[in-house]
Design a protein around this ligand. Structure first.
Ligand SMILES: [Zn+2]
Ligand SMILES: [Zn+2]
Length: 171
């Protein structure tokens, strides 16, 4: 969604959604976004400074990093950024600005496209090591069974490198 700053008095709420297909670059075999990405962003203007805040939500199918089962994850992110106009500020102050506040962005002219910020917010909030449940037991390293589904009788203690060496030594 593109917003026009000149049309905003002080506050404007941008409600909408982005089609899941727009996030194709995020997706791979382990991540699939299955609902449109919904947002409700409050845009405030303070002179030239613009703040954009609000929830960004979608549902994704993602692969558990322990048991390798796909599960459904409700992604609930919260966008919170500031934008200042891109002017001819010196490089020094630009560096200082970045150091002080990592969430400062720039805009040019009268329009701000919200989509890239929503895209980035989703990207930043995809878990790196997703787990289906906090106590997911994962896969058995010996037989490969999903231990959430079925308990196996494998003796995992002897499967360590040291265990293997001990076994061959004792034999
Ligand atoms: Zn799992
Ligand atoms: Zn096993």
């Amino acid at each position: 969604m593109i917003i026009k700053l000149s049309e905003i008095e002080e506050v404007f709420v941008a409600r909408g959604s982005m089609e899941a297909s727009r996030f194709a670059e995020i997706e791979d075999r382990s991540i699939q976004i299955i609902t449109p990405v919904a947002y409700e962003l409050t845009i405030r203007k303070f002179d030239n400074l613009v703040t954009i805040q609000g929830p960004v939500e979608c549902t994704m199918s993602i692969t558990c990093s322990r048991c390798l089962d796909d599960f459904t994850l409700e992604l609930e992110a919260s966008l919170d950024i500031k934008l200042t106009p891109r002017t001819k500020i010196s490089r020094v102050s630009e560096v200082e600005l970045k150091r002080d506040d990592m969430d400062i962005y720039y805009y040019e002219g009268d329009e701000i496209d919200l989509d890239p910020f929503i895209y980035e917010e989703v990207l930043l909030n995809v878990p790196i090591r997703p787990v289906c449940t906090e106590n997911c037991k994962g896969l058995c390293p010996v037989c490969g069974k999903n231990k959430n589904v079925e308990d196996c009788q494998c003796d995992t203690a002897t499967q360590t490198l040291l265990g293997e060496k001990l076994k061959s030594f004792l034999n």
